[in-house]
Design a protein around this ligand. Sequence first.
Ligand code: SF4
Length: 377
Amino acid sequence: MNTMVTSQIDTNTMLRLQSQGIRMKSEGNTANGRKGGAGPSDHKAINLAGQTIMVPTYNHESQDSPFWATEPNELGVSILYDKDDKLGSITFPHQPNFYAKSTSDGVPLWKIATLHSKDVLATTVLQNCIRYNDKETSCQFCAIGESLKADKTIAYKKPFQLAEVAKAAVELDGVSQFVMTTGTPNTKDRGASLLLESVIAVKEAVDIPIQVQCEPPNDFSWFQKLKDAGADSIGMHIEGATQRTRDEIMPGKATVTLDYYDRAFEAAVEVFGKGQVSTYILAGLGDTQDEIIDKSRSLIDLGVYPFVVPFVPIVGTPLENLASPNAAFMEPIMAEVGGLLYEAGMTSETVKAGCAKCGACSTLKSFEKQRELLKTA
Ligand code: SF4
């Protein structure tokens, strides 16, 4: 059967693509992909049927994927196949113009921040973490040190460097938001002060929505300081839906317990508002479908957007050989959580900045839309 995708890719195919990845016949016009690092590492952004999604292309699993793509033609268009079935044409976002520039102190801008999806600027302010490289404390899925080792970034991005990259990315490439994450420093604020000075510098240079991401700080007054500085939303990422999974997979980070996260979420929602606080849940680390759905429901009740993504193994990490959850595992979770988000009025579209706004690493946005269509049909 030859199924051409013309206007909209179905959610099951999206789930399968994000879990199984794509075998690339050629690197082609593919600057917008990354190996290692925080966020969608070992992923590549693809434009498919009017949507941009992040799909694994560099990890072990994608090398055995039934999905494969031809070498891009002169217009940068590839054809995507599922085994022998032709699914349709895909393109890759072009290398952004700001990648050719450098900071005023000579650092290439692509080492300061990268383009995610098609119009999101993203950076890891501190490319180190107190928990990394220590078997007792490290998160087993994390690759924060890999891009640093590969000289693809610098260890600490100074506020003026972030301001310069933001200005250039807005002016030269029309980026629509800035996502700032950080490794966790050995300080009680867990990165909040680093983010604060970064936000102040960027907002002075250019008016762009910003999401900051860090572990919950010791003192919740940081939320108001971040908001006053210009942060539009905040992400604090639990990753595991249960303390059991967190203790096993991320023993250091799990010492900041789910109970503490809930208290931080409540305080952050007070400041940033319902739906402007989010968290990542990586499905496939050991939590059951029900555990992920139950945790998501309680987060939504708190006003927190649970950004559920399929776990994707990254080469070079302890979990590099753990398989991604398949579409059959993901589908009921996404349908339920997408529906709950729609019913709560906390859809991706209502988020001002961040991964939930971008949505390229998850299919949740499509499931929110699916629920909307069902309700309005
Ligand atoms: S969802 Fe977040 S991590 Fe994924 S591409 Fe978008 S901004 Fe980057």
